[in-house]
Structure formats: C-alpha cells, structure tokens
Design a protein around this ligand. Structure first.
Ligand code: NAD
Length: 306
C-alpha cells in the first residue's frame, strides 16, 4: 500500500495506474487535496509500505506511527520536511528527484528577477486600477548576479541568463572550480557576493546551517539598489529583517516564491509594493510535474523491491 500526497499527482495518476496494478500496489491519494498536517500524516501513514511525498511534514512523530514504511520517495528535491535521521534509524530508504524540476524553478527565478527590476506586478496592478504610473525600473544586462548555491537550479539560472552578459559571482559550500572556469563565473565568499551583487538569488537547501543564512548582518552588506530573490526555502531568509530592509529602502526589492510559514497569511511582506510574491510554484509546470512523478514512482518501486 502506498500513500501519495502531492496534489499535482492527482491529474496524472492515470499514467501510473497500470504500473501500480501490475506491481499489486494499492494507492491511496491525499484525501484532503492540500498540504497535510502532522496529525493527518500520522493517521494516513499508519499501514502504508511506501510514501510519495511533497512538502507535507514527515517528522519523527509521524514516523513513529509508520510501522510498515520502507520507503519515502520525495516528489521534489528539498528533503527538509523529512526527518532523515529518524528514517535512517528505522531503516526507511529516502529518495528524491534531483534535477527533475531545476529548469522550472530556474525559469521562475528569471521571471521574478525581471518582474522585480521592472515592477511588472505593480504596473499591472496600477494600470488595472485606472492609473498610468510610468515606473522607472532597472535593467539586468551587464549587472552582477550573485548565486548562492551552485547546484542544479543555481547553474540552470546562470545558463538561462547568459544572454544578459552578467558578471556572475557564486557562493557554495562545495565550490566546483572546474565548472566555474568553464562557465567564466567566480566563486567568492558570501560577504563578497552580497557586497558586489545587484541581484542575489538563493539556491541552497534549508538545513541547520542555512537557516536564516540571510539575516540582518547579511542584508546590511547588500547594495541599496540590490534585489533579493528566494525560490529555495523561506527559512533561509530572516523575514522580519527582510521586511525592515525593504520597507526602509535599504535594499531595492525582493521576489519570493517561498516563505517561512506557507501560506504567509498576515505577513507584512505582502503589504510592500517592492516585493513580488508567488505561492511556492517553482516546480509547478506540466513538464516538471511529469518528470518528478516519473522519477518518484521509479524510485519508490526500486526501493520497495529492495
Ligand atoms: P542541489 O542539491 O543540486 O544544489 C544545492 C547546492 O547548495 C549544492 O551545490 C550544495 O553544495 C549547496 N549547499 C548546501 N549547503 C550549503 C551551505 N550551507 N552553504 C553553501 N552552499 C550550500 O539542489 P537544487 O536542485 O539546486 O535545489 C536547491 C533548493 O531549491 C532545494 O534544496 C529546495 O529547497 C529548493 N527548491 C525549491 C522549489 C520551489 O518550488 N520553489 C523547487 C525545487 C527546489
């Protein structure tokens, strides 16, 4: 028996029905059609052998109720919603779908960058309200892009932005100098990246180390006209500090697909005109959904078969 939680799976489930039937697997889809709570996960996981999971919590409390679980197949890349240590203790295999959604997230990142720089959302809103405010924005060409995390998504962002003739500065815990010299990009310290970049884009996973990696101290290093883009995880940025810096014009704008608490109800960030927000839709393209589903099912079946 397998529990599948991502909502987007519902639309493509027919594709896999035959495969599951052949393997004698009974599929239980998310009955609530939204991200599940810890309590709901605890109940639903009780007698399943496999789990395909999105961003629903797979905490130690949930895993303590998973008596038969052999595999957690993450539908996506970030496994910060899964207690990996607890899973390991229980001999549960954890897999993810690296690269399957990189292009989707990278394209959204590019969209957010241009949107923030040219105030597209604000202009759209004002024009609909009957106003004709001709905002002055900034161009991206010839500027300095700072990429925090040069994994799959960070590299794809750099690749997509090649036509803009940017100077690209990178920061990563594990720099790949060979790749950097081939791409003509430069690894620098985080401080140097923040001080020199016009656009800072975050592509590291959320871990204990990266939690609030961008806080007041780091924001203070950024240029006054710089913009911050986060399509990674909300917890990496201290949102209270970010709000203050944006409100006081100490950085110019932000594009956010992710929040510490999702949805970000009552977040003061939503009141600011220099912030463009989206609802964690980075990986939500038909192409990425199909890629992730295929890989997540393959991983699940391989692990179930041992
Ligand atoms: P990846 O594993 O390919 O790359 C992550 C990079 O971060 C690696 O190069 C790694 O060395 C680096 N890194 C890790 N810890 C670091 C640290 N403490 N300091 C500096 N660098 C560090 O992952 P990816 O596919 O590029 O995805 C990146 C993140 O994007 C995911 O972890 C996920 O949280 C997020 N994501 C968001 C969406 C969305 O819908 N918005 C979709 C997919 C992924």
């Amino acid at each position: 028996k397998v529990l599948i939680t991502p909502r987007s799976f519902e639309k493509i489930k027919d594709k896999f029905e035959e495969v599951f039937k052949e393997e004698g697997i009974e599929v239980m889809l998310n009955p609530f059609g939204r991200v599940l709570t810890e309590e709901e996960m605890r109940e639903l996981i009780r007698d399943v052998d496999g789990l395909i999971v999105g961003i629903d919590p797979v905490t130690s409390k949930v895993l303590k109720n998973a008596n038969k679980l052999k595999v957690i197949s993450k539908y996506g890349v970030g496994v910060d919603n899964i207690d990996i240590l607890e899973a390991k203790k229980r001999n549960i295999v954890v897999t993810n779908t690296p690269g399957a959604n990189s292009n989707a997230v990278a394209e959204l990142t590019v969209g957010l960058i241009i949107n923030v720089l040219r105030k597209i959302n604000l202009s759209d809103k004002k024009t609909r309200e009957g106003r004709w405010d001709r905002f002055i924005g900034n161009e991206l060409s010839e500027k300095t892009l700072g990429v925090i995390g040069t994994g799959s998504i960070g590299r794809r962002v750099i690749e997509l932005l090649k036509g803009f003739n940017l100077r690209v500065l990178c920061f990563d815990k594990y720099p790949d100098y060979e790749w950097a010299s081939k791409e003509k990009v430069f690894y620098v310290t985080l401080d140097e990246l923040l001080r020199s970049s016009d656009v800072v884009s975050i592509h590291v996973p959320l871990t204990e180390e990266t939690y609030h990696m961008i806080s007041e101290k780091e924001l203070r290093m950024m240029k006054k006209n710089a913009v911050l883009i986060n399509t990674s995880r909300g917890g990496i940025v201290d949102e209270d500090a970010l709000y203050r810096f944006l409100k006081e014009g100490r950085i110019s704008g932000a594009g956010l697909d992710v929040f510490e608490k999702e949805p970000p109800q009552n977040s003061p960030l939503l009141q600011l005109d220099n912030v463009v927000v989206t609802s964690h839709i980075g990986a939500h393209t038909e192409e990425a959904v199909a890629n992730m589903a295929k890989l997540a099912v393959e991983n699940l079946l391989l692990a179930l078969k041992g």
